[in-house]
Design a protein around this ligand. Sequence first.
Ligand SMILES: *Cc1c(COP(=O)(O)O)cnc(C)c1O
Length: 229
Amino acid sequence: MGTIAENLQAVHERIARAAAAAGRSANDIELVAVSKTLPAASVEAAYRCGQRHFGENQAQEGVEKVTALAALPGLTWHFIGPIQGNKTRAVAEHFHWVHGLDRERIATRLAAARPAALAPLQVCIQVNVSGEASKSGVAPGGELALAETIARLPRLALRGLMAIPAPHAGEAAQRRQFALLRRLKEALNVRGHALDTLSMGMSADLEAAVAEGATMVRVGTAIFGARRR
Ligand SMILES: *Cc1c(COP(=O)(O)O)cnc(C)c1O
């Protein structure tokens, strides 16, 4: 592994190559640097390289980093983990985006807890595109009912769909799962939900995700190195 600066550069090059191969503009793909488990100093190092979007998957750890780095202008914080009911307030008060929304009860609680002084919380519905029993997310098809619930709630802005494909799936299987997420988003668009975001692709599979239309990739290991958890 190189330095954070070198790794960020390499990830931007991967995104650019994958976008070019798909006839897409790399400008349409936002890189979320997944800083879970890492100290605030690592976020600051990436920030100095121009990185502005960061992802966290545990509420307490995330809130500590958001608070510690509050003086850095222009940061956008993404909550990418499963959200427990007792953590909705912390997430609603500190994050800009939530990617793993998969139940009405959590959506309702986030809406109730989102401070009126902040912009609406930007949310993605997680869809379990791999069908693994252990995975979070609504089953494919379940995103419609949840989208309609979210659309009626104040303080939430429904932006897109998010998925994590089965680990170690081959490239063809990854692409099928990402393509399914894209089709589900397009179906919601047809029904009048103005989603513009496909949050898909991580260190190991971002090329497949970009090929299938990802607009946000969530990348940790390829930027910061291997994590202990
Ligand atoms: C940890 C995590 C990532 C980043 O995974 P890497 O393989 O380290 O790039 C992306 N998305 C979610 C939801 C994660 O929990």
